[in-house]
Design a protein around this ligand. Sequence first.
Ligand SMILES: [Zn+2]
Length: 187
Amino acid sequence: MEIACNVTRQAPLIAELVNLATVRLRGGAWVDPLEGDLLVEAFTTLLGARRSAAVLTEPDAGAHLAELAWELRQVLLADRPADQAARINAMIAKYGAQPYLVEDVGQPFHLHFHGSGGGQVAALGGEFATALALIVDGYGPDRFGACEAQRCEAVYIDLTRNGSRRYCGAACTARAKTAAYRSRRQG
Ligand SMILES: [Zn+2]
């Protein structure tokens, strides 16, 4: 399995895996966190939008993906930079992330950080843990957060230039603007 390997492509995949598997309130509505085959299917669809050959076929892929999602969630919602860094380092060690150069079809050689610990989800875990480390290194420790719109618990990764992101996506940004407008009119 190959996945998009640069940080800007991986950031939304990481946030969406966490949101699919762990979030109960999203965009103003209650949702059921996905697990098992449903989680695999939804996440594979996400990967497929970027890389058609991406498939997760290993046994227990759903359980492994859910475990990865909860680990990523704890990184994204860590209170302190030291805790966040410790969790990322632990994931890099657990999944055995190793840098190596890959030549994909139509692309020059570029760096991957697949986990070396075993299955497909472990490979993914190595990539994602390294991506989070690169984001902390390149952007600072405060680029992960939970959506500030009402009735939404979705997480996001902020790769904007000025670190201005507060919401999980366009729908919640619009909802928050509407709510602010209403409260100004009522005020
Ligand atoms: Zn939201």
